[in-house]
Design a protein around this ligand. Structure first.
Ligand code: G4P
Length: 536
């Protein structure tokens, strides 16, 4: 193996690139902060939280906009922990839940699913889980807030299976909960981690008899001890056994219990997660799987953020490195345009700081200055001209008609709309009637505010949005000319997307069912790619 290959191989093995998926308030900020603390990336608890407080204390988008430098640096964070290089991708679960959030998951090799023990599996988690599970990436579950009263742990496992359809394997098991919480039994290592509110770690290691060691009862109390033995017997008999292959295929989720706020169980979780989670591996492309080590530098753009720093009016494209070694200043092929470009000022993100990066390896995320060259999904490679698999497009769930209030500013309006569409903030449609009204579709409603304020703030265009009552978009396939009038009625509207495909917007599932019955010659797809027979 060439020296350079050896170097890349060893760097790849050290890397773990993952996203934390959760519903708002499950404790993602708290958990991220603890992970950063272990890695020494921040020194004080509260740094991440304070930033979040600043960011979300107000619903005023303009205020959020001011904090943009901060919110964006947390899109991807790199830090070191023991021998590992960790890249955490941020998937905002809050009001600004958008297509962007989903797309970011395509850059992750695994996911940590964080669940509030009292609330169980919640809506936002379900959506994010589905995106991860489509890609078959390993999903690790951390059930949080065990220091509070929550649902019965066995019921939570049942919920994972019933709601998400994934089997689970508890790696540790809580002893009590709420005021009665006294720790977790680590099934793999046969030891009890005793709960300490101050975040100190304290282990109780039974003798060779394991849980049968009677001294455990003396320490944790007989009733807790008996309950623990009963639970573990049940899990041993009826639960899913640990199976690394199934975990790697995303078919089995290892489950850990803990309490992020007091760090309890977090370091044990992190250590085990880093052992089990996959290092970056091959990505599929137009010429087959791309080897992380043997192929020269390559990567794809999964997110574009304009005007991160309003003072500089910069636009940053986020690239996930998939193969080879990236070196600052290198010239690469921009496959879509066929042009050679020099990557001069790449940036990497560490906690709240942005740094110029000199080298990067597979799994790393780098920010590239984008003068308007990049589109989401673009491939960059040092050699050859292959393209990575297309990124999924997610159907919008909210729609609004756009009214341009100032005809004199039409150019700015058009430029802003185009750029925000390229960035993936909104999807655009046109009505099929004579007026060809502009309609925007978004995954999360806050994107409406974002769109309006950014058009005004960054492009000087004034608009009004008239929200429409539709919640489903379906791309329509047919062998013959489609009669748009058949698809428009009181509860549906026929439009075209930016590529001219016919799309129908429906108020509800029942509207869609009715349309399907009435138009048996048409096929309705949730994704535009399904129209493309070349798409696999
Ligand atoms: P998010 O990013 O997923 O939205 O959640 P975040 O970390 O902000 O946590 C949401 C709330 O849950 C916070 O309380 C946080 O302190 C609390 N929390 C997180 N982990 C735990 C835990 O292990 N145990 C308990 N009991 N609470 C936890 P808050 O009142 O909204 O904010 P704050 O006043 O604590 O800052």
């Amino acid at each position: 193996m060439a020296i350079i290959d050896k170097e890349i191989q060893s760097q790849v093995e050290k890397r773990r690139t993952f996203a934390i998926i959760s519903h708002p308030d499950a404790g993602k900020t708290t958990l991220t902060e603890k992970l950063l603390l272990f890695g020494g990336a921040i020194r004080m608890a509260g740094e991440v939280k304070r930033r979040k407080a600043k960011k979300f204390a107000t619903s005023d988008w303009m205020q959020i906009e001011k904090e943009r430098g901060i919110s964006v640096t947390s899109s991807a964070m790199q830090f070191k922990y023991k021998e590992h290089h960790i890249n955490i991708l941020d998937t905002p679960g809050h009001q600004d839940f958008s297509e962007d959030t989903y797309r970011t998951l395509t850059a992750a090799d695994s996911a940590v699913m964080l669940i509030d023990a009292a609330k169980g599996v919640e809506t936002q988690t379900i959506k994010l889980f589905k995106v991860c599970s489509k890609r078959d990436i390993p999903i690790f579950t951390f059930i949080n807030k065990m220091d509070r009263y929550g649902k019965d742990p066995l019921d939570l496992l049942e919920e994972l299976e019933q709601v998400l359809g994934i089997r689970s394997c508890p790696m540790n098991w809580p002893i009590g909960m709420g005021d009665d919480f006294c720790g977790i039994y680590d099934r793999q290592n046969n030891r009890i981690e005793l709960y300490k509110k101050d975040g100190q770690r304290d282990f109780l290691c039974p003798d060779e008899r394991g849980l049968k060691d009677p001294s455990i009862g003396n320490i944790i109390g007989d009733s807790r001890y008996n309950k623990l033995c009963e639970d573990i017997d049940l899990l041993d008999i009826a639960g899913d056994p640990f199976d690394e292959e199934k975990i790697n295929q995303g078919k089995l989720t290892p489950v850990y219990f803990g309490s992020a706020i007091s760090k309890f169980g977090v370091q044990t979780f992190l250590d085990e997660f880093l052992q089990l989670a996959p290092a970056p591996h091959t990505h599929m492309s137009s010429i087959g799987p791309i080897d992380t080590v043997k192929t020269a530098f390559s990567g794809f753009i999964f997110k574009i953020q304009a005007n991160m720093n309003p003072a500089h009016r910069d636009r940053i494209a986020f690239l996930r490195v998939c193969s080879g070694k990236f070196e600052r200043g290198m010239a690469v092929n921009h496959v879509r345009s066929g042009k050679k470009i020099k990557l001069a000022q790449p940036q990497q993100f560490l906690a709240q700081y942005r740094d110029i990066v000199d080298v990067a390896y597979p799994g790393d995320i780098i920010g590239l200055h984008d003068p308007g060259t990049f589109h989401i999904g673009d491939t960059l490679c040092a050699e050859g001209n292959f393209e990575f698999e297309r990124l999924p497009q997610f159907p919008p769930e909210h729609f609004a008609r756009v009214i341009n209030l100032n005809a004199m500013k039409y150019k700015q309006f058009q430029k802003g709309t185009n750029e925000l569409v390229e960035e993936g903030t909104v999807q655009v449609f046109r009505t099929t009637d004579r007026t060809e009204d502009l309609i925007i579709g978004v995954v999360g409603e806050l994107q409406f505010d974002v769109f309006t304020h950014r058009l005004k703030g960054e492009y000087g265009a004034d608009i009004r949005l008239q929200q429409l009552p539709y919640h489903l978009a379906r791309w329509v396939g047919s062998n013959t000319q489609i009669d748009a009038s058949k698809l428009t009625n009181l509860s549906s509207l026929c439009v075209t997307d930016q590529n001219g495909h016919i799309v129908v917007l429906c108020q509800s599932e029942s509207t869609l069912e009715w349309l399907e019955e009435q138009n048996s010659d048409l096929t309705f797809y949730a994704n535009p790619y399904a129209l493309d027979s070349n798409y696999h």
